[in-house]
Design a protein around this ligand. Sequence first.
Ligand SMILES: *Cc1c(COP(=O)(O)O)cnc(C)c1O
Length: 396
Amino acid sequence: MTDVLAEDTRAPSRGAADGFAAQIEAFFGQGRCFLLAKGRVGLYAGLRAMNLPRDAGVVMPGYTCMVVPSAVQLAGLKPVYVDIHPETYNLDPALLDAERHDDVAAIIVQHTYGIPCEMEPIESWAQARGVPIIEDCCHTFGVRYGGRLCGTLGAFSFMSGQWNKPFSTGLGGILLVNDAGLAEAVERLVRAEAVSPGRFRNLVLKLQILAHQALVRPSTAGLVMRLYRWLTRRGLAIGSSTRGELVGEVPRSYFATMAPCQVRRGLREMVRIDENIRHRRQRTAYYHQRLSQLGFAPLGVPEAEELPLLRYPVRVANKEEVLRRAERAGVEIGSWFEVPLHPAGTRMEDYGYREGCCPHAETAARQAVNLPTHLKVDPSTADRTLDFLAKHARPA
Ligand SMILES: *Cc1c(COP(=O)(O)O)cnc(C)c1O
């Protein structure tokens, strides 16, 4: 229903969009920002603009959202999965050398949960092959690797404004292009092909943003998300993915720009972005300190307690039971990633993933739950979440 009305040629208010894009560019101190309908659309546009040989390989961790390999395929390229390191949840650079594909044309690094990738060995590997680096920054905003901001480390990076990301634009995506020539190519592509969301789509998105604001708290998050997915399946809400996208054709409204209501929401989020990052850092430090006291392994990466994580991962032996009980008890605990190509139920072979090719990712998917760090998680919510874990979860 919404797709029919999606292509209204009415120009969105340029002023607000330009202002938001300029703030993103200022935050990163470089690059050219494009505001799009989803994070994955940023990846799709960036890859298209790179003009890589058809069917060339794009390396990525086998521990991601299925929309990432889907965007790669929609851009005419082929996902190549590399396993994660079990401690960092990020692509393990030590496995890159075993990568025998001669036709690899790009590599996507994903800073999972906000944990920065070990960039140095990846950068040497990529440089030696003349392969551009792309950053999946859907879990990161304001995270640094050796002083350098994630998002500025490759040819381009993409971010998601989905509900549970560093900040939400009520769905929505950001593409930051760090290479001037590539930015021009993206600009031409966006002008030629991207559709702007029509008035009706903007209205539905706006109602969803308002509903999310009114209804979602840590105690209701599980329930509301279940309702949202139910509405989406019946075409009554704008969801995260459409059917066409999942079967390999580019849906007409896939390559779209950000709606005006999303731009306004983004501008409001930028006002409190420093507070957001500070808050996430505090919650991370607190979880980090308390988890080992409760018998769970804290995150095993250097300076973990300093990171403004999006989600704090914890390994448990009874993941399904923990998630089921948490939803019933009104405790917000996340399930990323349910399978190597999230969510559960993805036909992973359609995206070139062979069962068993990323064993560490498969184990992590079975064991990892994650704790929220967002602004609605006050100290007592954090304690309640930890108490719940201590009571119902068995360390893995
Ligand atoms: C959410 C997410 C995406 C996709 O973002 P959309 O805005 O939904 O397209 C990509 N990569 C990762 C790691 C994500 O968590």
